[in-house]
Design a protein around this ligand. Structure first.
Ligand code: SF4
Ligand code: ZN
Length: 119
């Protein structure tokens, strides 16, 4: 069923995902302008992404898995859909999977690919 913006279910998971993506996109622009802080090790993170099987390039832009707008609902093992450079530059961000491509967890020491690659 097609729905217009006015009758969208604002509590839906899809809408929440899109809202978060819009906020991340806005913060990435501010980060590129030097307004927001950039992660100190974003190049190292990007290097890990470069060797990852989930790394995909669409229209010249590298993403974590398929771009978000082509697949809203997804499991962590499918990647988050973010552009990887913006994701790597965002402090506090983590890779969605472990080195063995299970969903990562930040309970205690984070076990994501980015964090375990530097231990
Ligand atoms: S964030 Fe993680 S899963 Fe996504 S492309 Fe980078 S290394 Fe792969
Ligand atoms: Zn991590």
């Amino acid at each position: 069923m097609r729905r217009c913006f006015g009758c969208t279910d604002f509590s839906s998971e899809g809408f929440a995902v899109l809202s978060r993506a819009a906020a991340k996109s806005a913060s990435a622009r501010l980060r590129n302008m030097g307004v927001l802080r950039v992660s100190n090790d974003w190049r190292r993170r990007l290097n890990v992404c470069g060797g990852c099987p989930l790394h995909s390039v669409v229209n010249g832009v590298a993403h974590c898995g398929k771009p978000l707008l082509t697949q809203i609902r997804r499991r962590p093992e499918q990647g988050c859909g973010c552009p990887v450079e913006a994701k790597a530059r965002r402090p506090g961000e983590h890779c969605p999977v472990t080195a063995s491509h299970a969903p990562s967890s930040s309970d205690g020491a984070c076990d994501c690919k980015w964090c375990t690659a530097q231990r």
